[in-house]
Write a protein that binds this ligand. Sequence first.
Ligand code: AKB
Length: 317
Amino acid sequence: MTTETILITGASGQIGTVLTEELRKRYGSDAVLQTDIRLPEERQGHFEVLDVMNATQLGSLIRQYNVRQVYHLAAILSAKGEKNPKWAWEINMAGLFNILEAAREFGLRVFFPSSIAVFGGMTPRINTPQYAVLQPETVYGISKVAGENWCQYFYQKYEVDVRSVRYPGIISYQSMPGGGTTDYAVEIFHNAVKGEPYSCFLKEDTRLPMMYMPDAIRATLELMEAPAESVKIRSSYNLAGMSFTPSEVAAEIRKHIPGFQVAYEPDFRQNIAASWPESIDDSQAREDWGWQPEYGLEKMTIDMLAHLKEYYQVVLM
Ligand code: AKB
């Protein structure tokens, strides 16, 4: 293949699904190679099964498709990782390591998604600074801290052009999250639109940093397209959109769906959420590559409900 290609790992995941669409729109269908651990039932464009633990298979695809950039989204998230820490560590670390080694060999630009999960109970929780104590309390968080350091190492030692942001919880109507602590913030919208009550696995006053998918995609692409000299942080950038609690998002939804009911039944994910920041200082991203979020809670809620209403074909009051 002669076209230069962008490879996405974890392309069937929450972010991968939407990022794939945006990249295909911008660069054309032929320029995007989607990969995941299994083939989805419905797919468009190039899609290959790839186990990110398999470096040989990764190398063959890079050669076959003339890959120049990688968005490495395949990972086990916070809540799922706690059920099987060793497995989560192996996938998250071996996967990244294979990508970084391939980037070194083939001269690729790499995007690595880090997370607010890098922070822990020792970190200031309000307006968490870029440079803060990183003592996470989940295996996912530990793998992201190690991953950020490996990214910086490969940049400093081998000049691999690797770029990264610490995503907050991502809210989307196009795709569901899988295995995270912030998943409630998507599920709650689906239940509301379906006219069903929601049982929230976090306490009502648990404030977490969140971001609407269009902002997350734009941040990712703006960082990847920024001139190399503007990207001053090669571990990972703090990134902020909005912050809210479960009761605040429920109240916002009730402005449009008055009868919506939410019960609070916290489980093991409450402890994970309690170790994460409430809000993030992303001034370095704003300064270095001009980051500006567009969506707050009110604007996002209107957009989410409109799209989900269309999806479920129900009439809101
Ligand atoms: C999770 O909840 O694990 C993720 C994240 C914040 O990285 N959404």
